[in-house]
Write a protein that binds this ligand. Structure first.
Ligand SMILES: [Zn+2]
Length: 200
């Protein structure tokens, strides 16, 4: 599984790199339910989702081109509803809690035709079959989400007040932080302070 980092900006303005490990969890970076998710919400119109997809890990399979994306307002509502259910479900999984039935039902209902990668018969270059719709985006993420149920690698960052969810794709499987630049570093500083505090 290829790594794909995105540059995030915390509410405090700090910029850092984050790899969600899988597309469906990357989608949770667009916002979510409740005050935390709403503070990060970026999907207000169809263009917002299209723009966001241009830099997503869909590119790992084939380049995402704006003209190939066809996102309607209904698509956007569908994606947001799916994403919010996935947020609840993924957080429950990462915390070892039971997933609410209603959230699983939304995920099940979103499974459908996913975006189709194609190969140009002459140039052998890959592209996505147009149009890629919002429904297809949710469908792809829903399939991945179903694969994640029961995974021991789905984690929530161990940082204080950090809610980022990721799939740990590292070989040792010991990833704890959203990013070493952010929560990992804060933890190092805290450990250093508590050690030097104990020594003095
Ligand atoms: Zn974090």
């Amino acid at each position: 599984m290829a790594s794909h980092t995105r540059l995030l900006t915390g509410l405090d303005g700090q910029r850092y790199h984050f790899d969600a490990g899988v597309f469906c969890l990357e989608l949770l970076l667009t916002g979510g339910p409740g005050p935390v998710g709403e503070a990060y919400e970026i999907l207000f119109g169809p263009d917002d989702l299209a723009e966001w997809l241009l830099d997503s890990r869909l590119n790992d399979t084939a380049p995402v081109r704006r003209e190939d994306l066809d996102i309607t307002m209904a698509d956007l509502s569908h994606v947001v509803q799916f994403r919010n259910a996935l947020w609840h479900a993924a957080e429950a999984m990462a915390q070892g809690k039971a997933i609410e039935k209603g959230h699983l039902e939304v995920i099940n209902a979103a499974v459908g035709e996913a975006p189709r990668p194609q190969i140009d018969v002459v140039t052998l270059r890959r592209h996505w079959a147009a149009p890629v719709t919002g429904k297809q985006i949710a469908a792809m993420a829903a399939r991945e989400a179903i694969d994640l149920v029961g995974s021991q690698r789905l984690r929530q960052c161990a940082g204080d007040n950090c809610y980022l969810l990721f799939l740990d794709t590292s070989r040792p499987g010991k990833r704890r932080w959203c990013s070493m630049e952010r929560c990992g570093n804060r933890n190092k500083v805290r450990e250093f302070r508590s050690r030097s505090g104990a020594a003095s």
